[in-house]
Design a protein. Structure first.
Length: 266
């Protein structure tokens, strides 16, 4: 079965990739377009958003690239307003923004803690705050937040900010799912596990735990029940399904895309 999103408008925050290759947001934006949706690709770096736009347009899809800092309510509001003035509706809201800054409760500074919360959790609140009224008015919509398996299981105190904010994003998602189900709005979260995306190469503290990047990849592959990390397309395909009419009764779900990692006790 091929899931279709013809006639849908997908607003994707974090639609660029932080390095060469396919990040989760970039892949999701392209996957939405391939399924027939019109895409608005939003990123803090407009060049990254434009790269995603270019891929979609070269494949015959429609995409508008916008720049926005999701920690700033005014910039979110502007991106939402631009989407509405251009397309008149928002069928799908995809929140992919997140940072994996490392630090334990002792070493992490207060400003670093606040920055992680603003990027990973406050952004989800602000984005939903500005999109929910539109979805209520149009009597429907789908919200997909990208969380993490780290929201369910603790492997290291060095990721306390990431773990806590992603756990908060889970409950934000489920609260919205229950609160607006009678308005025709669904909200779900995808929880990626160990993924081979550009982000893991950008976290210096993560790479430095290993001799080199190849050693890091081997170690992360070995930690997965499947013997290999997933990739951005695994997340993107799940997002397309959740946005489709075939998933019309799926609401408030925390969906691990992790090869079974969340089933493990250690």
């Amino acid at each position: 079965m091929t899931f279709k999103l013809d006639g849908k408008v997908a607003l994707v925050f974090g639609a660029g990739s932080c390095g060469p290759g396919w990040g989760n947001g970039k892949a999701a934006a392209v996957a939405y377009a391939r399924a027939g949706a019109t895409v608005i690709a939003v990123d803090l770096d407009i060049d990254r958003a434009n790269e995603t736009r270019s891929i979609i347009e070269k494949e015959g899809g429609s995409c508008l690239a916008l720049k926005a800092d999701v920690t700033q309510a005014s910039e979110i509001e502007e991106a939402v307003a631009k989407t509405m003035s251009t397309h008149g509706r928002i069928s799908i809201l995809h929140n992919n923004v997140g940072i994996g800054d490392m630090g334990n409760p002792i070493d992490l500074s207060e400003s670093e803690w606040d920055h992680i919360f603003a990027a990973n959790l406050k952004s989800g609140f602000l984005i939903c705050k500005h999109v929910l009224p539109i979805m209520i008015e149009q009597k429907g919509g789908v919200i997909t937040n990208i969380s993490s398996v780290a929201s369910l299981r603790v492997r290291s105190a060095e990721l306390i900010g990431y773990n806590v904010t992603k756990a908060g994003l889970n409950h934000l998602t489920r609260t919205i799912a229950v609160g607006y189900a009678d308005k025709g709005i669904r909200a779900n979260a995808i929880l990626p596990g160990l993924m081979n995306t550009p982000m893991i190469y950008q976290v210096r503290e993560l790479v430095e735990q290993f001799d080199d990047e190849e050693a890091m990849v081997r170690a992360r592959d070995a930690q997965s029940p499947t013997g290999k990390m997933g990739d951005a397309w695994d997340v993107a395909h799940a997002a397309v399904f959740l946005a489709s009419d075939e998933a019309k009764y799926i609401n408030g779900v925390l969906l691990p895309v992790d090869g079974g990692l969340s089933c493990m006790t250690v």
